[in-house]
Design a protein around this ligand. Structure first.
Ligand code: GCV
Length: 694
């Protein structure tokens, strides 16, 4: 490849997308310098100080000169003015609470916000403009967040482990807190603030009651102190049975007056220790966690009890809708809808019900959850998973923005065409009083935060979409690559293209045509044959339903009829195998092996084509990545190359596992031009067994 001007220096990935390396283009630097002689702020607010310091540090790096922070520049021109509005102003009309406006006049750039947080987000937006080499002379940029609560959910445990975490251990060092505050906490906050993330749940939803003790609340308070100047509030996951286990009560029944008192006192204590505490997140009656149903009460009873305790404070209760029972006859797909829609209208105003994007569990591709659109009287929040539980951990390169967008852009038709999931989540369609979007974090203690260097882009993409779900996957990828990996245009184009294709490639070798695999012993290795567990919905065969007739889960009226949970416009398209989009086909239909699909191939041939082209495409990814070597830092390049080699090997493993296993039902040869795997099903199983060993 020609035209690489950069001399890469070794990069450990720690700085994420906030690298602030010197801009090589001297003309650009000069243009930026004209309006960055100083950063001016008025007053002493910690958030404005964060904004000013970030600008000063960022510009020093980008422009190679020091940029002083001054108090109240008055009439001085040639710098950046942080303008926190204190009264009505022409710009107030344009701005939401946390929005910002960036304008330029007489070589002076003004960043206006109605709140300190708005100014802080504007500061990061201006830096982003320069990091991506956009002109700023005539800048006029107004941006408001579309969603109110933009949060990370950490599934981090008291012992430092992270459930479904693949990037080292927890960022939070509970045994050192509150006295020792790792400097990394601040960088975590900076990274989130740069995206507009304004909340973080620091502990796992499979929660320990320990977080409700004064001992731990003081540790959490130390984190809150670091996050506050970056506009981030802390939230805690709740162990619903804490009144019993911690409070020594006989029950945790949400209608019991003593239990209610216990929670009211506990919440009061929390706010005494953390005055701007964000709220409580609850996983109840799900996967063995305690909850209100243990006492014959509903999810609404449980959530409303906590809402009552929160009433005196500016905080919320986030109640998860991820529930399913071990009923051998039930379809897990339908569970959340069945349990929650009858409760619509019963939740307190302070409650947000947080719904996973799909009806099952963060699969590589799922249709949108039928709860979206069916709870008009309850503020529904979105839960995405950034950490790659089902997307190859931290070894497979999968850029998730297309997955997030596919769900957000899906049309529920609930109020006619254009009733997208995004419009439900941002609250506009049903006029929700609150809106929320959460991402299960992929950050851990590994130096580069996410293990796979490209997985940083998933954190980035989540944050950018949480702020503005109309951004395109491509635009976000381009921004991230430019800020993080290279300024070289041909290399950027190549990497962005690779990222955009990566999710479909993964789906092709992992779960094509709407296959799913929610449970296997390790959540890592292929195990489509897995048919034994304590409950049926924790087996693989429950989901794919392969038999001698065909493959897939019949969710039409002849099967579980889960499709009835969707609006007729959606249902009609999906219930007919001829019109059902191929990516969702096996989610809804048990399709005969010899059924001809819209591609002109039979199901069996199409499956083989997908598995083989998917696995082959990883080789293409390797080749593309090799091409950008001169434009990317050598350490990062080598890291991604090595992970791609693992991905290639494992993609073939997934392919072989599925085709050999399914072949035992389809009883057909692997179609030309594909070669049959050079190992047997038994050999593939033995490899999986390795990962099942304790
Ligand atoms: C935190 C899946 C994951 C669990 C996770 C659960 C949830 O089942 O495998 O690790 O538990 O989802 O979202 O609650």
């Amino acid at each position: 490849m020609k035209g690489f001007a950069q001399t890469p220096v070794s990069d450990d990935g720690y700085r994420l997308w906030l690298k602030y390396d010197l801009i090589n283009d001297a003309a650009k630097r000069q243009a930026y310098t004209r309006s960055t002689q100083f950063v001016s702020l008025t007053g002493n607010s910690p958030m404005l100080k964060s904004a000013a310091n970030e600008l000063s540090t960022g510009l020093q790096g980008l422009l190679g000169k020091s940029v002083p922070v001054i108090q109240n520049a008055g009439n001085r021109t040639g710098g950046i003015v942080l303008n926190r509005l204190t009264g009505p102003d022409a710009d107030s009309q344009l701005l939401a609470k946390e929005g910002y406006r960036i304008t330029s006049k007489n070589n002076t750039i003004t960043i206006t916000g109605k709140t300190d947080a708005g100014v802080l987000y504007g500061a990061f937006a201006l830096l982003r403009q320069m990091q991506t080499l956009q002109p700023v002379e005539a800048i006029s940029l107004t941006s408001n967040p579309k969603v109110q609560f933009r949060m990370l959910n950490h599934w981090d445990n008291v012992d430092g482990s992270v459930e479904r975490g693949y990037a080292g251990s927890s960022l939070w060092k509970w045994y050192e807190l509150p006295e020792r505050v790792d400097p990394r906490y601040r960088d975590y906050a900076r990274a989130n603030a740069s995206l507009g993330i304004n909340g973080t749940v620091v502990n796992n939803v499979n929660a320990s009651a320990r977080f409700m003790t004064a001992e731990y609340l003081h540790k959490v308070a130390a984190l809150a102190d670091v996050f506050r100047p970056y506009g981030i509030r802390v939230y805690l996951s709740v162990y619903f049975a804490a009144p019993k286990t911690l409070g020594g009560l006989k029950t945790s029944d949400p209608l019991d007056p003593q239990v209610r008192r216990w929670w009211a006192d506990k919440v009061k204590e929390i706010y005494q220790i953390i005055p701007d505490f964000g709220g409580l997140l609850v996983k109840a009656n799900s996967e063995g966690e305690p909850g209100p149903q243990d006492y014959g009460r509903t999810h609404a009873d449980g959530a409303n009890m906590l809402a009552e305790a929160m009433k005196p404070y500016d905080g919320v209760v986030i109640w998860r809708a991820f529930v399913y029972k071990a009923d051998p006859k039930a379809d897990r797909f339908k569970a959340a809808h069945e349990e929650f829609t009858p409760l619509d209208g019963q939740f307190d105003k302070k409650v947000i019900v947080q719904v996973k994007n799909g009806p099952i569990d963060f699969q590589p591709r799922e249709p949108f959850s039928p709860l979206f659109g069916n709870m008009p009287k309850t503020s529904l929040g979105m839960e995405f998973q950034i950490t790659q539980e089902y997307l190859g951990f931290a070894t497979h390169l999968v850029y998730e923005a297309p997955l997030f967008k596919e769900c957000l852009d899906a049309d529920t038709y609930v109020n006619g065409k254009g009733s997208t999931v995004a419009k439900i989540v941002d609250g506009s369609l049903h006029r929700y009083s609150m809106s929320a979007i959460a991402g299960v974090a992929n950050a851990g203690s590994i130096r580069n935060w996410t293990g796979h260097p490209i997985a940083q882009a998933n954190w980035y993409a989540f944050g950018r979409l949480a702020w503005d779900h109309t951004l395109s996957s491509e635009a976000i990828a381009r921004e991230w690559v430019t800020m993080t990996l290279t300024h070289n245009p041909p290399a950027t184009k190549r990497i962005v293209n690779l990222m955009l294709k990566s999710r479909d490639i993964y789906v092709d070798y992992n779960t094509p045509l709407g296959l799913s695999r929610p449970w296997s012993g390790v959540h890592f290795a292929p195990e489509p044959w897995q048919n034994r567990s304590s409950r049926p919905d924790w087996t693989a065969v429950y989901y794919h339903r392969a038999d001698s007739a065909g493959l897939g889960f019949d969710r039409t009226a002849t099967g579980s009829n889960a499709l009835a949970q969707y609006r007729p416009e959606v249902r009609r398209t999906w219930e007919n195998p001829q019109t059902c989009p191929l990516p969702y086909l096996l989610w809804f239909h048990h399709v005969p092996w010899n059924q001809q699909l819209t591609t002109g191939r039979t199901l069996w041939n199409e499956l083989c084509t997908r598995f083989y082209t998917g696995a082959d495409s990883v080789r293409w990814m390797q080749q593309e990545w090799a091409q950008v070597k001169p434009a990317v830092d050598p350490a990062i390049h080598a890291d991604v190359s090595a992970r791609l080699a693992t991905q290639q090997r494992e993609a073939v493993w997934w392919r072989d596992a599925w085709v050999l296993y399914l072949q035992s039902y389809a009883k057909q040869p692997i179609p030309a031009p594909y070669k049959k795997p050079d190992r047997t099903l038994e050999e593939v199983k033995r490899l999986t067994d390795v990962y099942l060993l304790r």
